[in-house]
Ligand binder design. Structure first.
Ligand code: 9MR
Ligand code: ZN
Length: 567
């Protein structure tokens, strides 16, 4: 458990991004002063005053449980080491530096390598965090008889989170976050992260995404449907992955899994085309097969855990969000013309049907357009439409207008929420729930999209603010990213971390974050005892608290998207 602050008890408190600031980024530190006092920025070495300003007074905020003030020195851009001085109080030293987020971005990507299943993690790539290949046993389709139905080889992919399950919907989602990051700002991904494929001519972000895509392809059935997940019946205890040798089951297809598989294979086909044409064709054909299945099965195929299965459910009462996204990716990818030789004779009928449904879901207000999560994927459809060359021809002018409307509508809503927050972050009380890091990074991603699309700086600033929170500008003065920031995630709910006997935590893992809804027994018992009642305080760095301190691939991929854009 780790919640302590380096600052003395009675002194004023300073809440800031523990990784430091970028010269071109906004710069704001929250202080526990409550008056509109003057503040100054001091050179940490010489003590010289470099900048002066006045704190913005604020009132007690029920989300943070404190009254606080903001010191904004965004227009000061000189790299160096500084302290903030208010009254007789001095903040700890912090930096303004060009490369403040470079290592962070690399580690956020490298995390996925450590989640790899079905291959040995070797010392030359994994350092001390090695393990032999895991979960290589064949998997039995759930409810089938092994004497008549042969078990299948579905090795590979990433462990979803702190558990060893592999689930199609969050897997496809995470890959898409990575692919969009690459597709929208490829210039940011020239760096490598020392994985087995490094140096093969393909950027490492795509190499890593491909590890999951290969597994997704194994999860597809010959009729185009896709298994919802492959897991043991129960979560393993805290053991290393290679020790988890219980029987693996393939749980039945859901229309969410099929639609998300379709969407991500269509998107990946478009992006991998420049690097490996044969692979792109394979992805396209797999996507087309699943698309056909969706068209022939317009009904919702839900997924519920059978009674004897206790691993993650990733259920959802509708598949319209997923179908919207799948339709968008299909329409965009076929319009590139690059897969013309693979198109079937009835492509015009297929395109017409897909477009009609895409349009219906676009107009449907109940299908959310701002979400990049596994429950709702409408935000991905929005990215697909907005950043598509020749969008109006492919998606029709009214649909593009709808996408533009929602982009502005939600991004402006987040700006307003940020404006009203004493810590400058667009996170409402009810959003301090399981995976609040995703809630916040989702909004930051949306702001990145709005900034790219409109060029308006306020959206970029809001995205920085969200990252500042994740990296320490919160009431706990805690960085939710392991290995980044003086006070950072050390004891996550992550089986290998608990079982490996190594003291150090692998850098670059994002914790689920503050959650005031008491979703696990330890959190329920300890949070009130520790006096943590304000939503932003509701967090403990303890691996027992799975609803606060688990790690997950989609918490990393959203943070990766944001950090890479802003770095
Ligand atoms: O991230 C998921 C969170 O939004 C849900 O509230 C929670 C309970 O259904 O499940 C989380 O997902 C977990 C999944 O079910 C199994 N692997 C670990 C995931 C992260 O906690
Ligand atoms: Zn494994």
């Amino acid at each position: 458990m780790q919640v302590s602050s380096k600052q003395p008890q009675n002194a004023a408190r300073f809440y800031f991004n523990l990784l430091g600031f970028l010269p071109q980024g906004p710069k704001m530190i929250v202080t526990s002063y409550t008056n509109a006092s003057p503040f100054s920025l001091l050179d940490a070495e010489t003590g010289d005053v470099c900048y002066t300003g006045t704190l913005e007074a604020s009132e007690l905020d029920p989300i943070t449980g404190i009254a606080s003030t903001k010191a904004d020195f965004s227009d000061f851009t000189v790299p160096g080491s500084y302290r903030l001085s208010v009254g007789s109080d001095l903040s700890p030293v912090f930096s303004i530096a060009e490369h403040s987020y470079d290592a962070l971005t690399r580690d956020l990507l490298k995390m996925f390598y450590f989640q790899r299943c079905g291959c040995e993690l070797k010392p030359e790539h994994a350092g001390e965090f090695v393990h032999p290949a895991c979960h290589t046993q064949l998997a039995q389709p759930y409810g089938t008889d092994p004497s008549t139905t042969a078990p299948l080889d579905v090795h590979g992919g990433w462990h979803d989170a702190g558990d060893y399950g592999r689930y199609v919907t969050p897997g496809a989602l995470t890959v898409s976050h990575m692919l969009y990051a690459y597709e929208l700002f490829p210039q940011k991904f020239a760096f490598t992260v020392n994985i087995p494929e490094t140096g093969n001519g393909t950027p490492d972000i795509l190499n890593e995404a491909r590890y999951e895509l290969d597994w997704l392809l194994r999860m597809q059935l010959s009729d185009g449907s896709v298994y919802h997940k492959v897991t043991t019946a129960n979560h393993a205890p805290f053991i290393m992955p290679q020790e988890d040798t219980e029987e693996l089951f393939l749980y039945p297809p859901s229309s969410m899994a099929i639609a998300m598989f379709t969407a991500v294979t269509m998107q990946a086909a478009r992006i991998f085309r420049a690097f490996d044409e044969a692979y792109a064709n394979r992805l396209f054909e797999a996507g087309l097969l699943s698309l056909r299945f969706l068209l022939e099965h317009p009904e919702f195929i839900p997924f519920r855990n059978p009674k004897d299965c206790r691993t993650g459910e990733y259920g959802h009462p509708s598949d319209r969000d997923q179908r919207l996204w799948a339709g968008a990716e299909f329409l965009r990818t076929i319009a590139t013309g690059e897969f013309d030789s693979l198109l079937p004779d009835d492509i015009d009928t297929i395109r017409e049907k897909v477009f009609a449904r895409f349009r219906g879901n676009m107009i449907d207000r109940t299908v959310r357009k701002d979400s990049f999560g596994w429950v709702q994927t409408g935000g991905l459809a929005l990215l697909c439409v907005l950043f598509c060359p020749d969008a109006e021809t492919i998606f029709s002018t009214p649909c593009v207008e709808i996408a533009k409307f929602y982009l502005k509508h939600y991004a402006d809503k987040y700006l307003k929420e940020r404006e009203e927050s004493s810590f400058n972050i667009p996170l409402a009380r009810e959003e301090y729930t399981w995976g609040s890091s995703l809630g916040l990074m989702n909004k930051a991603m949306f702001c990145v999209a709005a900034h790219m699309f409109t060029g308006q700086d306020a959206y970029r600033v809001c995205a920085y603010d969200c990252l500042d929170y994740l990296l320490g500008r919160n009431t706990l003065q805690f960085s939710y990213v392991s290995g980044h920031g003086a006070n950072s995630l050390k004891d996550p709910h992550n089986r290998p971390t608990v079982a490996d006997g190594i003291d150090a935590m692998i850098p670059g893992f994002v914790a689920g974050g503050a959650n005031c809804l008491f979703h696990d027994p330890t959190a329920k018992e300890l949070l009130p005892k520790l006096g943590k009642v304000a939503p932003m305080d509701c967090y403990i760095d303890d691996h027992d608290c799975f609803s606060l301190n688990e790690i997950a691939i989609y918490w990393n991929s959203t943070a990766l998207f944001v950090a890479a854009y802003l770095m």
